[in-house]
Design a protein around this ligand. Structure first.
Ligand SMILES: [Mg+2]
Length: 368
């Protein structure tokens, strides 16, 4: 089954890939979100030429070979683009076998506990507590993540006192039964991260994400070794050498690869296996309701070291308007705090024809 044609449908925020094999079989994947128009250019210039004419069943070889062929361009965009190829091939192969992707990965369809994940810092502690409470009551979530500090903030808070207020405010509003997670997005020095971490522990927070600049693995490890709550990270990392180092040195307690930043399912499975061998759970990063969350759902039902829950973005059209109208049927229904991986073949989702009609189209094909 040779890859004959690779098409992309993009806007600035999100892009889908349609792969057609020489026998007419089709698979759908997604490029990573944000600057997806640039990612699509990289896809057609630096990914498609190596994939066209190749056997779609030989995915491992392709995924290993492309970064070598493009070794002078090892950067996030290359892997964001390769994700489109990888995830389209998984869809194609699963549809050919008439199974959901999760089964090809070694798992089974079914439900997954999700945590409600806030993406906002421009929100007061009171307003954040109010909307998380409403989600608990409406959708049955029993785990919540909110943001503290400021992004790459050099110890500065979003505004003075926000972090010290939001943690107890949310704990008080939601009660002692729910799991609380926080994300510092690379804000703190180790000294400040440890101080904040002790306050988090006093409020029963169980997950402290990206406490220090993510590239400073020794700093993160110092925080991990000092605190008893779980320090987590890895969402930005696409380089396998970084992953090997992070896992070997136990920089974090829980790894958080992003399927689409990392280059697709094949590489994310490799990282999850590496972490499993080191005894580390995997709670991937999935920060929007494009396909990254669906890909992560299939992954979590298939790996032995799946973390306790799926990251599930709670942001709607006011914050992420680009997420609207992507799919014919919404794959993200939450019931009792859980989402479901169906037994439909492939990823089990169909991109909306109306959305595709409005997107920017590019094609690479054999002999084209
Ligand atoms: Mg994060």
């Amino acid at each position: 089954m040779k890859i004959r044609k690779l098409e992309t449908f993009t806007n600035d925020f999100v892009g889908f890939v349609r792969l057609t094999a020489d026998d007419g079989a089709v698979g759908w994947g997604q490029l990573s979100t944000y600057n997806s128009d640039i990612t699509a250019s990289v896809f057609h210039r630096q990914i498609a030429p190596w994939a066209l004419g190749r056997d779609a069943t030989d995915l491992d070889a392709l995924v290993n070979e492309i970064p070598e062929r493009e070794h002078k361009f090892s950067c996030s965009y290359l892997y964001r683009a390769m994700s489109g190829l990888d995830t389209a091939i998984w869809d194609l192969r699963s549809k050919v076998e008439g199974k959901p992707v999760v089964e090809l990965l070694g798992g089974t369809p079914g439900t997954i506990r999700a945590y409600a994940s806030s993406m906002r810092r421009d929100i007061t502690p009171e307003a954040e507590a109010e909307r998380l409470l409403a989600l608990r009551d409406r959708d049955g979530f029993d785990a919540f993540k909110f943001r503290i500090g400021s992004e790459c903030g050099h110890d500065r808070d979003e505004w003075e006192g926000r972090t010290e207020t939001i943690v107890p405010t949310i704990r008080k509003a939601l009660g002692s039964d729910v799991a609380l997670l926080v994300d510092a997005n690379s804000c703190y020095s180790p000294r400040r991260a440890i101080e904040v971490g002790q306050m988090l522990e006093a409020n029963g927070v169980e997950h402290f994400e990206e406490p220090c600049p993510y590239w400073e693995m020794e700093q993160t490890r110092e925080v991990t070794q000092t605190l008893s709550l779980d320090v987590t990270g890895g969402e930005q990392d696409y380089d396998m050498q970084h992953w090997k180092r992070m896992i070997a040195m136990k920089a974090v307690d829980i790894i958080q690869p992003d399927v689409l930043y990392l280059g697709g399912m094949t590489r994310t499975m490799q990282v999850a296996r590496m972490a499993d061998a080191a005894g580390l759970p995997c709670t991937p990063h999935a920060a929007n309701l494009g396909l990254v969350t669906l890909f992560t759902m299939h992954l979590l039902r298939a790996i032995p070291n799946a973390g306790k829950y799926l990251e599930f973005s709670i942001e709607g059209p006011d914050y992420y308007p680009w997420q609207e109208g992507l799919f014919v049927e919404d794959p993200y229904e939450v019931t009792g705090g859980k989402v479901t991986v169906t037994d439909r073949p492939g990823w089990g989702v169909e991109v909306s024809p109306e959305w595709l009609a409005k997107s920017r189209y590019q094609v690479s094909e054999v002999g084209g």
